[in-house]
Design a binder for this molecule. Structure first.
Ligand SMILES: Cc1cc2nc3c(=O)[nH]c(=O)nc-3n(C[C@H](O)[C@H](O)[C@H](O)COP(=O)(O)OP(=O)(O)OC[C@H]3O[C@@H](n4cnc5c(N)ncnc54)[C@H](O)[C@@H]3O)c2cc1C
Length: 202
């Protein structure tokens, strides 16, 4: 809890959705930019899965297993008698590294030269393809922006007037428009509000 791992890549297993960035381990689950972006990209998919789906975390952002193995072998060669816990590969935070060792059942009392090929492969897998099962989402109103809403195909985008109901205008969050955080949602709300306001005043 409270650990941030920079430069992760998180993906929705079995889909093309993935997002990169820091991952924050909170007291209730996973958060941080990588998770927020992924939940935005895959919003419809995760909804269809009723928020029960597997994710794969690459804790180090490196996807080439051979390179990861090479890096770990480099640690074995230069620190053979050091304990696994005392050298953190890829600058992982201490607690995250300890957790990964615990998860892979590689004892804290093991030294790097006792790792062996099997142990090294286990670590490569845990660092690059660490799978978790998502079992729910944050509470309603916790979200920054919601996916879905009034379909853009039912709106005249030059005026924001409904094509279905004359003199009814839509703007902002109520529309089926959403984006990752960084100002895009606010911009969408302001821009569509401006266009709708101007059209209504005519
Ligand atoms: C915690 C958080 C962080 C965010 N961070 C970002 C960010 O970094 N970048 C970004 O781009 N976007 C961000 N957003 C999203 C952004 O704030 C929204 O997309 C944007 O404010 C939507 O504007 P809106 O006017 O359409 O809707 P809202 O801001 O939701 O305004 C709707 C208003 O209608 C009122 N209302 C609701 N029902 C009724 C009713 N029946 N009668 C009268 N009034 C009613 C509500 O009280 C509210 O004041 C964030 C949102 C949250 C919650």
């Amino acid at each position: 809890m409270g650990t941030v791992v920079e430069g992760t890549t998180v993906s929705l297993v079995g889909t093309k959705h993935k997002a990169t960035g820091p991952l924050l381990v909170t007291h209730w689950g996973a958060s941080g930019p990588a998770i927020l972006k992924l939940s935005s990209y895959g919003a419809r998919y995760v909804h269809d899965c009723d928020y029960q789906f597997p994710i794969a975390v690459n804790w180090i952002g490196l996807t080439n297993s051979a390179l990861v193995a090479e890096h770990l072998q480099g640690i074995v060669d230069s620190n053979p008698r050091k304990f696994l816990t005392s050298v953190h590969p890829f600058g992982l935070p201490t607690r995250m590294w300890q957790y990964i060792l615990q998860k892979t059942a590689l004892g804290a009392d093991k030294r790097w030269d006792e790792l062996g090929k099997k142990g090294l492969n286990k670590l490569v897998e845990a660092l690059t393809n660490d799978q978790y099962k998502v079992t729910g989402k944050g509470a309603f109103r916790d979200e920054f922006v919601t996916c879905g809403g009034v379909s853009l195909s039912d709106i005249n985008l030059n005026t924001m007037e409904s094509k279905v109901c004359k003199n009814l205008y839509f703007a902002g969050e109520v529309l089926d428009v959403d984006a990752i955080t960084g100002g895009f949602n606010l911009q969408a709300a302001w821009t569509t509000g401006f266009v709708a306001g101007k059209a209504m005043a005519l």
